[in-house]
Each structure stands twice: as C-alpha cells, then as structure tokens.
Design a protein around this ligand. Sequence first.
Ligand code: ZN
Ligand code: FE
Length: 258
Amino acid sequence: MHTPLCGHAEGAPEEYVACARSLGIPEVCFTDHAPAPDGYDPITRMTIDKFVEYKRMISDAAKAQDITVLYGIEADYYPGCEKFQTQWLKSEPFDLVIGSVHFIGNWGFDNPANMAVWKSTDTVEAWRSYFELAARMASTGLYDIVAHLDLPKKFGHLLPVNDCRREINDALDAMATTGMTIEINTSGLRRKIADTYPSRDLLEMARRHGIPVCFGSDAHKPADVGFAFDKALALAREAGYTETVTYRQRRSTTVPLP
Ligand code: ZN
Ligand code: FE
C-alpha cells in the first residue's frame, strides 16, 4: 500500500487501515516508493527529507489495536542503485522490502507518458531485458519480495513465454536462490490488462521453482485495499500453492493459505 508522499496516491494511512478492517484483513503493510537521492525517477517518489514523515505516518497508523500494520518500502532496482540501497535499507527497521523493476535503461516502460516507446521497441527484446534486470535485482539479495513480476504487460504487450524461457528461468532461479517471495499483485485487475501480476502460467513456473507467494493490492487509494483478494487467493490455489508467508523485521514465516 502506498501513501500520498509518492505524489500519485491519495488517502491517509488510517483510511487504508480502515478499509482493511472493513474487509476483515488482519495484517497490512505500507510499501511506498523509496526515495532515491541520486535523482532516479524523482516524479513518482518521496524525497529523502520526507522520509521521516513517512516513518511517522506508518507508526501512527500502526497504533491500530485490531490490525497489524507493518513497516515496509518498495525499492526500485536499477543498475547503480546498489550503493545507496545496501546502506540505507539496512539502516531502517523495515518489516519487509519489495524490490521492483520499472525502468529498462532510461525507459520507464510502465509509465503511460512513455507508452509510445513500445511502438518502436521489439517486444521480445524488451521482455528479455526486463527479466535480465529482474534476475540482477534478485541477485543483489537486497529485497524480500518481488513486485508485480510481469509488469511490462501493463499496456497489453503480453509475455512471449517461449521466446523468453531462458531469461524467465534465470530470473526465477535467482529469486529462489536468494529466498525471495513473489507477490500476487491485484492492481492489474483494475486496469485494461485485467489480469494479476504475475499471470497464472508465470505463477505456476514460480511454484515449480519453490518460490513462495504473498498478496498485494498495490493500493494507491484506500478503496484499492484488498482489491480482488478472493481472485488472488483462488489463483494461488490453482497454481498449486497451499501456503503463504508473512514478514517481521525482514524474516519470513510460512503460514497456511486462509
Ligand atoms: Zn505507485
Ligand atoms: Fe511498483
């Protein structure tokens, strides 16, 4: 779940928690976009001086007695981020850190403002580059959870699985090796693509690699919280999962699916 500090989400953290409460969700985690002091993608994230405010907002929301509110962050991986993130992520007492890939080189491929670039881009090459970055992300060992695994499909450029088997397998191998979890992210169900990230075939591959799953709504407003979790849960079971994981202070615990 995000907060208004990233500049493209709305609603107070307490409102997100209230939505979770109304759905009977026992545990949530805020994972807003991490600051990047080197100037990476400044439009969609809080500045580092706002981070103290983020911390305060989450600890205030965590005063809720009836719901567990975890302290997390979504940290974008990009080549060159390692120096800052290696220091910074461990300097904060996060419960969990989500790693994501939103850029191939200088191209923010999931940003509607950059959508036209898809017209002049080879789709197979874009997906291969994306999974190579996802593998590099996993190999850093900096993150606990993989965000929206097949995000490049956002505008309809579906994953050509057969053309990318090697890259997909390398990425999943790296995620399995470093003990990452994959989220079933329901935000794609709110968009034209009308599918979870990842889609079912990719989720089945993840299961065959022994990678655990967790659930995320990627809420950017309170009403998104828990969106389509019934579908996400059914999908996890269809893909062969019987368990999920929860995090405290960056350590995961396996629990049965609800
Ligand atoms: Zn966002
Ligand atoms: Fe993201």
